[in-house]
Write a protein that binds this ligand. Structure first.
Ligand code: ADP
Ligand code: MG
Length: 267
């Protein structure tokens, strides 16, 4: 049945990096879309900017209740889930109030576990998914913290540009800290190099640098800089639907396959 997942609990992956514009949202939307061809997938938009919601065709004016309502107002998951243009992909949109959540969360005793608790409050619905993705805001505040506490792993998109390595230590240290305290099971799913420019030697140098440092934690698949990727959101579609044959879409198909391969190799 369509409600029967392939395993007992979903794999929960947070897309995080405190830098903005590195490809978190694009990677979240497209990995979720590609995996939804065969799996039931949930994407939670945790960025007040709401780019994942817009990118899946849900405009700012029609957001309604979403991750804010769930985190702050105790709205059940079932009431904030929306369908998307992708049949087996479901979305919890970023409501317009989400910008206030960082401040309001502080007032809760379980401020860093609100997301985990909310998801597990409807265990049957939560477990009906094979994958859950969190699209995090570009900061290491309480929203990202909630994501890292509720996640099994973190996928860090890294823009292939000069100084790429300098920013990444902040997120990897945060993952370490959370592993030691709030979520011992948290792992680094991997680092995905994004916006790679084949015509620019610097991209290759940066890629070598990152691989030298993080070794096999870096996905072999590299996401090229591709105009079709940047056009897709204005059509409310993932690039993997907007132009499946484009190099950007094909790279995300390959990245999803690599993620699956690595998962199988671990189990
Ligand atoms: P983040 O969520 O980390 O802020 P986004 O995924 O929103 O980053 O990407 C930032 C901008 O770059 C967006 O306008 C997006 O459309 C564009 N973009 C992302 N990946 C690519 C790519 N591979 N090629 C071209 N443009 C891209
Ligand atoms: Mg984003």
């Amino acid at each position: 049945s369509p409600l029967q997942p392939e395993r007992a609990t979903p794999r929960v992956i947070a897309l995080a990096n405190q830098k903005g514009g590195v490809g978190k949202t694009t990677t979240a939307i497209n990995l979720a879309t590609v995996l939804a061809a065969e799996h039931r997938v949930l994407l939670l938009d945790l960025d007040p900017q709401g780019n994942a919601s817009t990118g899946l065709g849900i405009d700012r004016t029609e957001r309604g209740a979403g991750s804010y309502a769930m985190l702050i107002e105790n709205q059940p998951l079932a009431e904030v889930i929306r369908t998307t243009p992708v049949p087996k992909l479901f979305l919890v949109p970023a409501d317009t109030d989400l910008a206030g959540a960082e401040v309001e969360l502080v007032g809760f005793e379980d401020r860093d576990r609100r997301l985990r608790n909310a998801l597990h409050a409807d265990e049957a619905l939560f477990r009906s998914f094979d994958y859950v993705f969190f699209d995090c805001p570009p900061s290491l505040g309480l929203l990202t913290l909630n994501a890292l506490v509720a996640a099994d792993s973190v996928l860090v998109p890294l823009q292939t540009e000069f100084f790429a390595l300098e920013g990444v230590s902040q997120i990897t240290q945060t993952i370490e800290r959370i592993r030691r305290s709030l979520n011992p099971g948290l792992s680094l799913e991997g680092i995905a190099l994004t916006m790679y420019d084949r015509r620019n030697n610097l991209s290759e140098l940066v890629a070598q640098d990152v691989r030298g440092f993080f070794k096999d934690k870096v996905f072999e698949t590299v996401i090229p800089r591709n105009i079709r990727v940047s056009e897709a959101p204005s059509h409310g579609l993932p690039v993997t639907l907007y132009d499946f044959r484009s190099p950007g879409a094909q790279a995300y198909v390959a990245l999803a396959a690599e993620l699956r391969r690595r998962e199988r190799a671990r189990s």
